[in-house]
Design a protein around this ligand. Structure first.
Ligand code: PLP
Length: 397
């Protein structure tokens, strides 16, 4: 039986808690609260009620039949997280953490965001529960993500542009940690992916694993069995952990994570921490990172803002080293091609993040016989990406 993390939040040599003394206390409190409610029937009933009535779960599974036929290989299925309220998987996790905040009596919520997607999900749930919401975002990202800034403001959040360092996600992360240290008594820090110090990677994984648990029931109903492959894109790794986790104890099911190769791994302009990074410490945990020889975090690149993160959740680092999952990377151009194909052939506009997983699924399907089954986590819809795609299409089409 797979049983990670250990009591101290370690996934093999990864994970753990690398934070200041003040935050150790806050994390210990959070650990105890989570342990108390994790299996509490009333807590779980409220979580599942929100998922059903506010998010619209369970999300369906869809057979991409026309595309599978055109490819002439394995059958491709999509887990439709794009149909969730707010258009992606991120809402599953923020609901779980907001319910903990409510029980801890903390009515001030902070979060950091790069592309703005986690900011929008957090602002959404703060409106839903009547919490004060402060979102930290690098000022460079604020300028790039005008539409998501407007969404967060519509939902009642305060967006704080961070002017330090490179004025992007890692600087927003530092600023959120600083706020938390200062206001730890009344403030809950909602982290948006399976990263951060223990217990966040475990907690976010558990909340997101509703995705895989639904698949365990839905796949046999639809196809008579579990899939041969489960694929997901990997930024911080939360949609991937959400669909992988319930399948870890099914050794015949192969798990494949797809990172952003950007302009190509060899150019250095990518965001593939697992495929091309080395272990180090970022955001309070030990994991694979994109860093230089001096341990300085390097700038990352991906056409999809949601994959543009220099680290990855520590559990993926462990799944990679222990060979339970494998990781590959897809370039901007290949992801964009899969994006357009998915629009034309299936009538689904996927997120650019998701398009990386779809691209690899098509390549894999080509190499397999028709009776094999590939399940792809369709992590989100592409409405947010219209601007980026339109700009790139002028060059590509
Ligand atoms: C944020 C986001 C991702 C990347 O985050 P993970 O934690 O790796 O899942 C992927 N897809 C979509 C649609 C997103 O919004």
């Amino acid at each position: 039986m797979y049983d990670f993390p250990d009591q101290r939040g370690h996934f093999g040599p990864y994970g753990g808690t690398f934070v200041s003394e003040t935050l150790m206390f806050a994390l210990e409190e959070l650990k105890q609260v989570y342990a108390k409610y994790q299996h509490d029937p009333e807590f779980l009933a409220e979580f599942h009620s929100e998922l059903k009535h506010f998010v619209g779960r369970p999300s369906p599974i869809y057979h991409a039949k026309r595309w599978s036929e055109q490819i002439g290989g394995a059958q491709i299925y999509f887990k439709r997280e794009d149909l969730n309220h707010t258009g992606a998987h991120k809402i599953n996790n923020v609901i779980g953490q907001a319910l903990l905040a409510k029980r801890m009596g903390k009515r001030r919520v902070i979060a950091e965001t790069g592309a703005g997607q986690h900011g929008v999900a957090t602002a959404t749930i703060c409106a839903r529960f009547g919490f004060e919401c402060i979102i930290y975002m690098g000022s460079v990202d604020v300028a790039r993500q005008a539409q998501n800034i407007y969404r967060m403001k519509l939902l009642g959040a305060t967006v704080v542009p961070v002017e330090s360092g490179s004025k992007t996600l890692k600087d927003a992360l530092n600023e959120a940690m600083r706020d938390w240290v200062t206001n730890v008594d009344n403030t809950f820090y909602i982290i948006g992916t399976v990263a951060g110090p223990h217990p966040y990677p475990m907690m976010v994984r558990d909340f997101q694993s509703v995705i895989g648990k639904e698949c365990l029931e839905q796949m046999p109903e639809m196809t008579g069995r579990q899939p041969d492959y489960v694929l997901a894109c990997v930024g911080g790794g939360s949609n991937a952990m959400g669909i992988f986790y319930p399948y870890i104890n099914y050794p015949e099911v192969k798990l494949i994570g797809v990172e952003a190769a950007g302009e190509g791994i060899e150019t250095g302009h990518h965001a593939a921490a697992l495929c091309a990074g080395t272990p180090g410490v970022l955001h309070g945990n030990r994991t694979y990172l994109i860093q230089n020889a001096d341990g300085q975090i390097m700038e990352t690149h991906s056409v999809s803002a949601g994959l543009d993160y220099p680290g990855v959740g520590p559990e993926h680092s462990w799944l990679k080293d222990s060979h339970r999952a494998t990781y590959t990377a897809v370039t901007d151009d290949d992801a964009l091609k899969a994006f357009h194909d998915c629009c034309h052939i299936e009538g689904i506009i996927p997120a650019l993040e998701t398009s990386h997983a779809i691209s690899y699924a098509c390549d894999l399907a080509k190499s397999l016989p028709k009776d094999k089954i590939i399940l792809v986590n369709l992590s989100g819809r592409g409405d947010k990406d219209m601007h980026t795609v339109a700009q790139r299409a002028k060059l590509a089409l």
